[in-house]
Write a protein that binds this ligand. Structure first.
Ligand code: Z5A
Length: 217
């Protein structure tokens, strides 16, 4: 039987460089001969991506209730776990995921104000104890991250999604919640300064990966 794979997540506010660095982490692991499944949340499978559409839809005609948002996030996660994450880990592949449940504690908890214990109940129900082996938290000020995204929104001429329309106070609360979670589980989290030039961010990520891979192999 193959050894269970490792589960690596990247977290942080919008525009901190998660998508860019998920690709970097995937390439770094593949260069070392590791089978990698790269994925993201909300989403990662066809049905979970359909739920993502509902979550991001900025249509003002029917506001999404805070509880419905929380349950949709976990419905997408349940599907993602069953269809993609758990089968990959079980066959020995490593999973690199752009956001996971820490995002729920940060956005629905810190941002929307849902009690962390309620989120933890759903986490237990859906994940049955599964947690990432390491979480790479890319941290920078929301104002600076927003500036990065403004350029992209202008270049691509795209509409802001439901979360991108939130005010800076929302993203400050999200950042605080992420930092509190990192402080409460320092053995799982690696905190990376995402305001550095990309090359320096990736040097920092490589250091963490080298250390963890050496421990795990
Ligand atoms: N959400 C939730 O509420 N609850 C949950 O449980 C989960 C999610 C799982 C969609 O996520 C939304 O779902 C999310 C929270 C919610 N909304 N928000 N906010 P998403 O991951 O798709 O959304 P996102 O965070 O907005 O992704 P993003 O805008 O693509 O940001 P990113 O992936 O962190 O950044 P990036 O695309 O890699 O980089 C942004 C730009 O900066 C790009 O032009 C890069 O080339 C540039 N960049 C990257 N790094 C650097 C450095 N170091 N220097 C300079 N420029 C850089």
């Amino acid at each position: 039987m193959s050894k269970r794979g490792r589960f690596i997540t990247l977290e942080g506010g919008e525009g901190v460089g998660k998508s860019t660095n998920v690709a970097f982490v995937e390439a770094w692991l593949k260069e070392r001969g590791i089978e990698v499944v790269r994925t993201r949340e909300p989403g990662g499978t066809a049905r979970a991506e359909a739920i993502r559409e509902l979550l991001l839809d900025p249509s003002p005609t029917e506001p999404l209730s805070v509880d419905a948002e929380l349950l949709l996030v976990f419905a997408a996660r349940a599907q993602h776990l069953a269809e993609k994450i758990l089968p990959a880990l079980e066959r020995g592949a490593w999973v690199v995921c752009d956001r996971f449940t820490d995002a729920t504690f940060a956005y629905q908890g810190g941002g929307r104000g849902i009690d962390a214990q309620r989120i933890a109940q759903l986490e237990q129900f859906v994940q049955r104890g599964l947690a990432p082996d390491v979480t790479l938290l890319l941290d920078m000020s929301p104002e600076a991250a927003k500036e990065r995204l403004e350029g992209r929104l202008r270049d691509l001429n795209t509409q802001r999604d439901r979360f991108e329309q939130e005010r800076v106070e929302f993203f400050m609360a999200v950042r605080r919640a992420y930092l509190e979670r990192a402080a409460s589980a320092p053995e799982r989290f690696a905190l990376i300064d995402a305001a550095q030039p990309l090359q320096d961010v990736q040097v920092a990520l490589s250091r963490v990966l080298e250390e963890r891979v050496a421990q795990w192999r």
